[in-house]
Design a protein around this ligand. Structure first.
Ligand code: GDP
Length: 432
């Protein structure tokens, strides 16, 4: 469900307003089980529309560096929410801090609403109107304390909230884009030919350059796929004709152009540094990944055991990758590629709703709290999946989380929500 973040200076009445929104008779309130007792995310409903309300008052700074930290709060709200509500104290008027925050929020591509709080009686309506000067549109006068006009404000809120959370990834139109990469002679052209049928002309030219068509349309398992940057492969020109630098540049270009990457590995030979570099490149680029072990027809029992050890040792960065053992020569298991691509892409596209994410995380952290550092127990205040393609989590915490603990969260997150074949990014924002 969509997320509304409430920001503003301390003492403007943010928390009172949040309570007012949650506590109204008409608003059905249900706590999102927060991650700690400093709960800051709540499920709210207005006019039948559910949304998650995030009270960034949880990050309220001490007196030091207030303007900067309120601006940071606004930035964070913009990064995680579908709409932002800025609360200003109408009795005080716009302060320099309010103006600094408004300036940050004016750059937002999300809707921003302005609440002029503490309008306890008619006389303050003029003060409220003066807040037009913040450049955030119409100020909505409210009195969080007395409940005045908060219904009108909520009407405005649900009007700007999207029906479903926004997608941060690019639109997917047409066939999904696949890159087929791997070191020279691993069997890339052979596999592409096998996939397209050696003689059949199913390999259509798409968006070619003047000389070479760059991509190939390939039908696998009843679905069209766009194999990017395959000109060299189809013509068997081979990257071997260039330097290693050139080959690696070409690989990088193909990975960047793709949504999902098949890294082809030669199962009959030891995994090489070069193989691991390509795999790392895919993970770093944030693309979905399928590892295809080719030349499986040459693999015997002993080689298989060896390979398992090499994988355990070498592919530690990507234990989550989808794996298929194929032979471009015999066609073995080649039809398993399409399902693996689909699984990886489904995870790459997947978004876990904020409420679900936080209730799962609160249980996980209650059972296994983060390690104490410097005598302090870091707390996780709130989490949100800020992006997809690849899935990206943002955790707001009161202290540094060790890499080992972040990996633990990632592993459990993958298990719980079924993320396979995609990198998952976890960003930690520590509340100052
Ligand atoms: P590329 O450089 O990655 O495009 O590799 P090629 O497709 O040109 O293949 C290199 C060599 O490996 C060729 O001699 C292929 O016949 C051979 N090859 C490719 N796939 C397989 C396979 O699955 N099994 C075996 N035994 N040989 C293969």
């Amino acid at each position: 469900q969509p997320v509304l973040a409430v920001v503003g200076r301390p003492n403007v009445g943010k928390s009172t307003l949040v309570n007012r929104i949650l506590g109204r008779r008409e608003a059905v309130v249900q706590d999102v089980p927060g991650v700690t007792r400093d709960r800051i995310a709540y499920d709210a409903m207005w006019r039948g529309r559910r949304f998650t309300l995030v009270d960034t008052g949880g990050w309220e700074p001490d007196a030091t560096g207030m303007r900067a930290s309120v601006a940071a709060q606004a930035e964070l709200a913009m990064a995680t929410a579908d709409a932002v509500l800025l609360v200003v104290d109408a009795a005080v008027g716009a302060t320099a801090t309010d103006e600094a925050v408004a300036k940050v929020l004016r750059r937002s591509d999300r809707p921003v609403l302005l609440a002029a709080n503490k309008v306890d009686d008619e006389r303050l309506l003029a003060e409220a109107a003066s807040l037009w000067s913040l450049g955030l549109g119409e100020p909505h006068p409210v009195s969080a304390l007395h409940g005045r006009s908060s219904g009108d404000l909520l009407d405005a809120v649900v009007d700007v909230l999207p029906e479903a959370p926004r997608d941060t990834g690019q639109e997917v139109t047409g066939p999904r884009r696949v890159a087929l990469v791997g070191k020279p002679n691993v069997g890339k052209s052979s596999l592409l030919n096998k996939l397209t049928g050696e003689e059949r002309a199913v390999v259509d030219a798409v968006a070619g350059t003047t000389v070479d068509p760059v991509d190939s349309l390939v039908e696998l398992d009843g679905q069209a796929w766009r194999f990017v940057d395959t000109a060299g492969l189809r013509k068997r020109v081979q990257t071997a004709s260039g330097t290693e630098y050139y080959a690696s540049l070409r690989t990088k270009t193909a990975i960047d152009a793709a949504e999902v990457v098949i890294v082809l590995l030669d199962a009959s030979e030891p995994l090489s540094e070069q193989d691991l570099r390509v795999v790392t490149m895919v993970a770093d680029a944030g693309r979905a990944l399928v590892l295809a072990f080719n030349k499986w027809d040459l693999v015997d029992e002993e080689r298989r055991r060896q390979l398992d050890r090499e994988i355990d040792r070498g592919l530690v960065r990507v234990p989550w990758a989808e794996r298929v053992n194929v032979s471009a020569l015999t066609g073995r298991a080649v039809r398993k590629l399409a399902p693996a691509l689909r699984t990886a892409l489904a995870s790459w596209d997947q978004r876990v709703p904020t409420g679900q994410l936080n209730s799962w995380l609160s249980d996980l952290i209650a059972a296994t709290p983060p390690p104490v550092r410097g005598g302090k127990q870091p707390k996780v205040l709130f989490a949100t999946q800020a992006g997809i393609r690849p899935p990206t989590l943002v955790l707001f915490t009161t202290g540094f989380l060790e890499a080992g603990y972040r990996r633990f969260i990632e592993r459990k997150f993958r298990e719980r929500f079924g993320f396979r074949g995609t990198p998952v990014r976890i960003n930690v924002r520590v509340r100052e």
